[in-house]
Design a protein around this ligand. Structure first.
Ligand SMILES: [Zn+2]
Ligand SMILES: [Zn+2]
Length: 265
């Protein structure tokens, strides 16, 4: 039995003898099937040609697969006095990464913005003794490798510890969530692509599908704006290396919502 991984999105599936018929995440309107056709790999096979990079991104320890794989995201370690949380996830785990996280106090939990970054979340959880993986219940259907460590939560916010709060924004996915991080030197929102930090790195945008250029409607964008409005933050960390708004992020969010709504009006 093998846990196959979709070569296009890097998401690992439940054990099977033969590869799944299709990847529902890539077949969905928001993604696309690999141009050469659906193909599969495994995390063991991937480790022969790729490695897990570990370096700081704007002061936060981050992990990404190199060369670029899947959707190209990097995961972030939100370190707090009440416990550390891995935000978003990538398709490889390494002994070096596990050792370094344990040296920094271990891992309390994993939380992932939405299914495009579920990757090998179960392998990451198992590497830390089966820590919980927090996913919003409205995205239940997108979990391709069900596991006891996956904790579906309901409602609009969930405090993981005194410094970290999950905020359900919806938008790109109904259960799309971001992580608010109270920290010395400036609070942050870790946003995945629920709030997408764009090229200026002074704005965010909002899309139903990024690769297929399908925008979100005004109602969904206003809902996202309302969800993060009560929170205080200076920085937004996006989904990829160096796609961050450092300083003034709350104002950047306000300006971005206004210009987006004007553009689609
Ligand atoms: Zn896929
Ligand atoms: Zn996405």
């Amino acid at each position: 039995m093998i846990c196959f991984m979709c070569l296009q999105c890097g998401v690992q599936f439940a054990e099977s003898e033969t590869p799944p018929d299709a990847c529902p995440i890539c077949s969905d309107d928001r993604q696309y099937v690999r141009w050469a056709g659906q193909a599969w790999t495994t995390s063991q096979e991937l480790a022969q040609t790729h490695k897990l990079a570990m370096k700081e991104d704007a002061g936060v320890l981050a992990f990404g697969v190199e060369p670029r794989f899947g959707i190209g995201q990097r995961a972030l370690l939100a370190e707090t006095p009440g416990g550390n949380v891995l935000w978003d996830c990538v398709s490889l785990v390494s002994d070096e990464a596990v050792t370094e996280i344990n040296r920094r106090g271990g891992l309390q939990a994993i939380a992932i913005s939405h299914c495009h970054y579920y990757s090998v979340m179960v392998e990451w959880s198992e590497a830390f003794g089966g820590v919980p993986i927090y996913i919003h219940a409205d995205d239940r259907q997108w979990v391709m490798r069900p596991h006891a460590s996956v904790k579906f939560w309901e409602g609009e916010t969930l405090a993981l510890n005194p410094s970290l709060t999950l905020i359900r924004c919806g938008g790109h996915f109904d259960g799309g969530q971001v992580l608010h991080w109270k920290r010395d030197g400036g609070n942050a929102i870790l946003s995945g692509d629920i709030l997408q930090v764009v090229a200026t790195r002074r704005h965010v945008s909002f899309m139903y599908s990024y690769p297929n250029h399908i925008p979100l409607n005004a109602k969904a964008v206003r809902k996202i704006a309302r969800a993060v409005e009560p929170f205080d933050y200076d920085d937004i960390y996006g989904a990829w290396w160096n796609t961050n708004i450092i300083g003034g992020a709350r104002e950047a969010m306000r300006v971005s919502v206004d210009r987006y709504l004007a553009a689609i009006a």
